[in-house]
Design a protein around this ligand. Structure first.
Ligand code: DQA
Length: 141
């Protein structure tokens, strides 16, 4: 599964210098292409509600082999999502479109970082390809 969190549905309207001009549906088309190249059958999910994101993590366990996650701002403070990801137990790669480490100080902290198998930031849409490659390696060819 590729899971997008809060405000990622607003891509295309957010600062293009930071996030590019692509919309979430456009991003998903690109990710679908990357996934096909790597032999992944991919499912997308986006919500602006933290509890729903947690519930999707609970469900993903029975359905997916691995996760690519961009939880948006929740990354920086949601222990609920961290706990749900831990319960889920699937290998997960954290992705950020922007370079979170060189923006605001509060964006440097990720509460999920140490329970993810990889992390990609600042590569725009291409970062999702890197994330899928990390997941591919993690799951074996
Ligand atoms: C983001 C970075 C977060 O800091 C921000 O809150 C987002 C998007 C990114 O993809 O660059 O909503 O996760």
């Amino acid at each position: 599964d590729v899971m997008h969190g809060v405000n990622l549905d607003q891509l295309g309207r957010r600062d293009p210098e930071v996030y590019g001009t692509f919309t979430l549906p456009e991003l998903e088309v690109r990710i679908k292409g990357y996934a096909a190249e790597l032999g992944f059958d991919v499912t997308f999910w986006q919500t602006n509600h933290e509890g729903e994101f947690c519930e999707e993590l609970h469900r993903a366990r029975d359905r997916a082999d691995g996760l690519v996650l961009n939880p948006g701002a929740w990354t920086h403070y949601s222990y609920a999502i961290r706990d749900a990801l831990e319960v889920c137990g699937l290998p997960a790669v954290e992705v950020h479109i922007s370079e979170v480490d060189s923006r605001d100080d509060w964006r440097r902290l990720s509460v999920i970082r140490d329970i993810c198998v990889g992390r990609v930031q600042g590569k725009g849409a291409d970062g999702y390809r890197d994330a899928l490659e990390i997941l591919r390696r993690e799951l074996g060819e």
